[in-house]
Design a protein around this ligand. Structure first.
Ligand SMILES: Cc1cc2nc3c(=O)[nH]c(=O)nc-3n(C[C@H](O)[C@H](O)[C@H](O)COP(=O)(O)OP(=O)(O)OC[C@H]3O[C@@H](n4cnc5c(N)ncnc54)[C@H](O)[C@@H]3O)c2cc1C
Length: 447
């Protein structure tokens, strides 16, 4: 008989927590998971999944326009936000059910309640129930950061955006990261007037400069307005419900909705971690390569550790945790060459070093680019150019980075990332016969 109620108690049923809980239970551990909102977490309930469905919905605006050039007689179409919103939310409910089932099928006890840590092996639930566990896993994710200034409470975040009653005619998006740029594209395609406001003049920090510039240029051509070097001063709600937003360096702007996409903060506040000796670093749980915190019995995975805030990374960390602690297959997550994407219009995808990073790290670097108009865009009369960039080690020829903007870039890059991760050289790409006619063939034809 164990001295504890559970072998493992997981706090948070998101990407990392559900994987860790399900796999640990499958290995024979007695597992419970506490979830204060909905099983599935950010990605499934209010992140990647509903966002990608909105991206699909938004893209029809361009497809319907382009279809005319391909001979289709498309009458004037009207977009209905409540239809898309409700269909997306219904799919979220379906996935919430599947995630719940996945846990239950493996014998995980699901506790729909908030949990806090009250000891190295003790957790307190919102209901007042106390439970003990040999191991506690913190998988509480992150939440949107909202800057503090007068009237900022009138804004919304990505948590609320999927539930909007009506489509705003004018929307201000605060931030320059991937969530800001993705929603700028979504609202713009739906016909809203979009203004993106950022503190600096850099969008998508961390992505290759040329690729970022291309998105900026295309976004502006599509009608998205950018305001750089702007600090918010206040938001005033006017009699007609519209919002008057004042900021430094620019005229005030009247909009119907302000969406803050200004970063995500690890969910550690009020969790009781510091009191039991868990060390934090800028609010994130500090862990070692085995996801162990400064307290031996407490581990953490996913966004709450603020390593790489992406779903597949949280899942890998949850899997590695379960394999190592309960599966007898110890291993650590390899963070080298994690691919990422921005589902903007058009999308961006990247893996490995940017040109700047490679020049700093390697010194000798060779860069190959293809700047082209996708075949479909040519016939559609869409003056939008794709850009592919391959960064190679100047000495060995090894491909150390791939950066792309253009139709289907994330779909193409996922496959090409295998080659980059495997350390293949440019010669290996060149030796591969092109698959014609595709956009991806540019990757094996770079001169
Ligand atoms: C708008 C948006 C778009 C995104 N798009 C992408 C994308 O395209 N690709 C990608 O890879 N990533 C994307 N992400 C990031 C991705 O969603 C996260 O990296 C991922 O969900 C992290 O998983 P996690 O398990 O760490 O945390 P989460 O999935 O956030 O799960 C944490 C869970 O813990 C619960 N919780 C928190 N505190 C407690 C408590 N005290 N007690 C009980 N439960 C608690 C929360 O309710 C939540 O359900 C996106 C995020 C957002 C916001």
């Amino acid at each position: 008989m164990s001295d504890y109620d559970f072998d493992l108690f997981v706090i948070g049923a998101g990407s990392g927590g559900t994987r860790a809980a399900r796999m640990s239970a499958a290995y024979g551990a007695k597992v419970a998971v506490a979830e204060e909102y909905r099983v599935g977490g950010t990605c499934v309930i209010r992140g990647c999944v509903p966002k990608k469905l909105l991206i699909f919905g938004a893209h029809f605006a361009e497809d319907l326009k382009d279809a005319r050039r391909f001979g289709w007689d498309v009458p004037d179409c009207r977009f209905d936000w409540p239809t898309l919103r409700d269909n997306v939310l219904a799919d979220v409910d379906r996935l919430n059910g599947l995630y719940t089932q996945g846990l239950e099928n493996n014998g995980v006890e699901i506790i729909l309640d908030r949990a806090t840590v009250t000891g190295p092996n003790e957790v307190m639930l919102g209901s007042g129930r106390k439970v003990t566990a040999r191991t506690i896993l913190i998988a509480t994710g992150a939440h949107p950061h909202v800057p503090s200034f007068p009237g900022s409470e009138f804004g919304i975040t990505s948590n609320e955006v999927f539930h909007l009653e009506t489509l705003p005619k004018r929307v201000l998006i605060a931030g320059g990261g991937y969530i800001a740029n993705e929603f700028a594209g979504i609202f713009n395609e739906f016909g809203s007037k979009v203004t993106l406001v950022n503190r600096t003049d850099v969008i998508l920090r961390g992505y290759d400069a040329q690729v970022r510039d291309r998105l900026l240029q295309i976004s502006m051509t599509k009608g998205i307005e950018f305001r750089f070097f702007a600090e918010f001063e206040k938001i005033e709600k006017q009699a007609d419900g519209s919002l008057l937003v004042s900021m430094s360096g620019h005229d005030p702007i009247e909009v119907d909705c302000v969406l803050f996409a200004t970063g995500r903060v690890p969910n550690t506040k009020g969790l009781g971690l510091e009191a039991v000796g868990v060390e934090l670093d800028k609010g994130a749980v500090k862990v070692d390569a085995d996801n162990r915190s400064s307290v031996d019995s407490i581990y953490a995975v996913g966004d709450v550790t603020n390593r790489v805030q992406l779903t597949p990374v949280a899942i890998r960390e949850g899997q590695a945790f379960a394999d190592t602690l309960f599966g007898g297959k110890p291993h650590q997550v390899d963070y080298h060459c994690v691919p990422s994407a921005v589902f903007s219009h058009p999308p961006i995808a990247a893996v490995g070093m940017t040109e700047g990073e490679a020049r700093n790290k390697l010194g000798s670097v060779k860069v190959y680019t293809s700047d082209f108009r996708a075949m479909k865009n040519v016939l559609a009369g869409r003056h939008e150019r794709a850009l592919y960039k391959m960064i190679c080690d100047g000495v060995t020829g090894r491909v150390v980075g791939l950066h792309m903007i253009g139709p289907d870039a994330p779909e193409i890059l996922q496959a090409a990332a295998v080659a980059v991760k495997a350390g293949l050289t440019k010669d290996a790409f060149d030796a591969t016969v092109a698959l014609h006619p595709t956009m991806a063939e540019e990757l094996v034809l770079l001169k």
